[in-house]
Design a protein around this ligand. Structure first.
Ligand SMILES: *[C@@H]1O[C@H](CO)[C@@H](O)[C@H](O)[C@H]1NC(C)=O
Length: 229
């Protein structure tokens, strides 16, 4: 797997594990992946993408299409991927990570044009331009504590909190899948199937892995392990 795809996987699971501390923020990954400057890797991929595909919404498009490839390599279909991102129905983020979408999208000085008027009016209340506190924002503002398909209904209305969530409903690669999920009465069964499929990917058994105490990071070794290793 290329470094860029690996990064996309990391970004994806950062986003999927409830709270999102990642996303595409300049210098966020600086020094966090050893000697590899991941931002240079991503910049190069974006450059190639831009010159070959002439996509305007590059970052989000890159994230989606590469995510589809990454999931495909794990035998998860784009449909599985969209269902799994539906896990954001109970996810959360912080104002600091969406501040640019609200006030200065891509340095345009205004909000992300894909954001609905309703969402904008809600977010400016919860995330003031000059914040005194980095408030938590549910990724499904209508039913933040329920696993349901309202997440998909909301992104169809321009109420996606994260750029990638909003992009799911707009991008030609995933738009129809989102529409089908909204209409599907068997949402819970399908979501469950996708979770089970994900649970079978590269399972580590019998001492090969670890159960993380925080899903975002490998467990810290107790200090004395460091001394003897
Ligand atoms: C948007 O961001 C750019 C770059 O950081 C900055 O120069 C500009 O003043 C910002 N605009 C607004 C309206 O905040």
């Amino acid at each position: 797997m290329s470094k860029a795809l690996a990064l996309v996987v990391v970004l994806f699971f950062v986003a999927f594990c409830g709270e999102c501390y990642g996303e595409l923020r300049f210098e966020f990954y600086k020094g966090k992946c050893g000697i590899t400057d991941v931002e240079v890797v991503v910049r190069d991929v974006v450059k190639i993408w831009h010159t070959t595909n002439r996509e305007r919404d590059i970052a989000a498009a890159l994230l989606l299409s590469d995510s589809i490839k990454v999931f495909g390599k794990k035998n998860l279909s784009p449909i599985d991927m969209v269902y799994l991102l539906g896990g954001h129905t109970v996810g959360k983020t912080h104002c600091s990570l969406i501040q640019d979408r609200i006030y200065n999208f891509s340095n345009t000085g205004v909000r992300d044009p894909t954001m609905s008027n309703w969402l904008f009016s809600e977010l400016i209340k919860k995330c003031p331009r000059v914040p005194s506190f980095d408030n938590e924002i549910p990724l499904d503002m209508r039913t933040p504590s329920f696993v349901d398909n309202s997440f998909f209904q909301e992104i169809q209305k321009g109420n996606g909190i994260l750029k990638i969530d909003q992009q799911l409903a707009l991008d030609g690669l995933t738009k129809k899948i989102v529409g089908d999920i909204v209409k599907d009465p068997n949402f819970y069964a399908k979501f469950g199937e996708a979770m089970v499929k994900l649970g079978r990917v590269e399972v580590l058994t019998d001492g090969q892995g670890e159960v993380r105490t925080s899903c975002r990071v490998v467990n810290k070794k107790p200090f004395f392990f460091g001394l003897f290793n």
